[in-house]
Design a protein around this ligand. Structure first.
Ligand code: SAM
Length: 262
């Protein structure tokens, strides 16, 4: 664990709410009930856990050229799928939060920045086959792996887009009227994170949620998260330590910044 993570984890542990106690906003309370502390095992979770298990045993090596902020976990250019699955992607509880969030908000248009092996992409795609999921990845080998996986599983509502976020994301946004869920999980630098946030703001709607991964991964990510949640257009921010989420709902008249210990 790096120093920034450790310091913020201790702060989070002592300041975060548990189980929605003392949450006054009805919307935030429902999020606690339906998403953060919802213990239901949804229909797809068993199959997705099986896929994770298979990835964790997969010895195939891929050539990975680091994009964005690079990796603190991996030093080599050649990485085995099993190593990416164990150290380079979301854990099952984190993926399940994304699934429950999209399900609760009934998201119709979802964008993921950073496909990697495509496991979170599958969670997002399986919530509802009518949901359109767009996932952008700069590494062609990873993108091919992820799209083959989705094809094998017959998950047909995901569009995998190859290229750098900086080029592909603005043109994708241009083609959409709005975005319901944006999940940013790549290029963890201060400038890039704020840039993607500003771009996405132009396509937010009443029910949109933007989710930023790894907000305590580095000092610059924490700085970016602080600026994002303080933006006047944000009506509610939720910090689960791993994820930072922002909402723009007009029904929330008094801005709130909440932290939950999951
Ligand atoms: C942490 S991984 C994503 C993990 C995935 N969301 C999951 O949990 O299943 C981040 C991915 O973003 C990609 N990436 C980072 N910076 C990028 C950029 N500027 N353009 C395109 N892809 C980028 C990396 O290649 C990497 O595969």
């Amino acid at each position: 664990m790096n120093i920034n993570l450790l310091k913020h984890y201790i702060l989070h542990y002592f300041s975060a709410k548990r189980k929605g106690h003392g949450v006054h906003s009805p919307f935030a309370y429902r999020l606690c009930e339906e998403v953060f502390y919802n213990q239901d095992s949804f229909y797809h979770f068993k199959a997705l856990n099986k896929i994770r298990e298979l990835l964790l045993k997969n010895e195939t090596a891929l050539e990975i050229e680091d994009l964005g902020a690079g990796s603190k976990t991996f030093k080599n250019k050649t990485r085995k799928i099993k190593d990416i699955a164990s150290r380079g992607i979301s854990t099952a509880p984190q993926s399940e939060i994304l699934y429950k969030l999209s399900n609760f908000l009934k998201c119709e248009k979802v964008i993921e920045l950073g496909t990697s092996l495509g496991l979170n992409t599958l969670y997002l795609g399986l919530v509802d086959k009518r949901t359109k999921v767009f996932s952008i990845e700069g590494n062609p080998q990873l993108l091919k792996f992820a799209s083959n996986l989705a094809q094998q599983l017959k998950v047909n509502n995901i569009q995998f887009l190859s290229g750098n976020f900086d080029q592909v994301f603005p043109s994708l946004l241009e083609s959409l009227d709005s975005v319901d869920l944006l999940y940013v999980d790549g290029n963890h630098t201060y400038e890039a994170t704020l840039r993607y946030f500003e771009m996405a703001l132009t396509k937010k709607n009443q029910k949109s949620v933007f989710v930023f991964d790894d907000i305590y991964w580095s000092k610059e990510m924490t700085r970016a998260w602080t600026e994002i949640k303080n933006n006047p257009q944000v009506s509610l921010s939720i910090d689960t330590f791993h994820f930072g989420m922002i909402f723009f709902r007009e029904e929330i008249k008094e801005k709130r910044d909440l932290k939950f210990l999951l």
